[in-house]
Design a protein around this ligand. Sequence first.
Ligand code: ZN
Length: 203
Amino acid sequence: MFHKVSRMIKDVLQIGEPILEKPTKEVTDISSSEVKTIINDLVDTCIAMSERSAGLSSNQIGYDLRICVCRRTDLEDQSNRESSSAVDDKTLWEVMINPEITKASKDESAYWEGCLSIGETEKDTIWGPVWRPDTITLIYTNREGEKKELEATDFFSHVVQHELDHLDGVLFISKVPNPEKNLWKSPRLNEFLEKNKEFPPVA
Ligand SMILES: [Zn+2]
């Protein structure tokens, strides 16, 4: 069957959509036009939302395959430190097909997370702290079809684990301790940050 490869900026599905809570399916044919379309849509949507987006998974835009995009915040930090030119879009938005974590550190770190599927606009976004292994090793296939192994640490490790959770049908709010105390809406959190210059203590 012939499918045209297309590209589109998609609406990000919001919490309550059943597809967000269902594990996605392993990709078996990475050269299919469906896979190419999903990759194009994920990257285009991330670029369009780059002020808010640290990554995106296929089920957040209505597909059902194990493909996500993770923002290479590790490379961004490096480029800031070296004050070289910004990382180009293709490098910044790392496409991961069938990603799997092969190693995770015992040491955990906590970062405040938000999600494009929990709040349609910046001011509706809900934030909360999540503890995750500080360093992970993962394997995946990239958009060129090459097998990759990557070590992710600190904030970037959290970005990757947040996206891999999506692919398993898990939203970050289910991992926030004491959610009734630790979930903050954007305007309230921003006010706190401005006043205190640091995130609220985890309650
Ligand atoms: Zn998310």
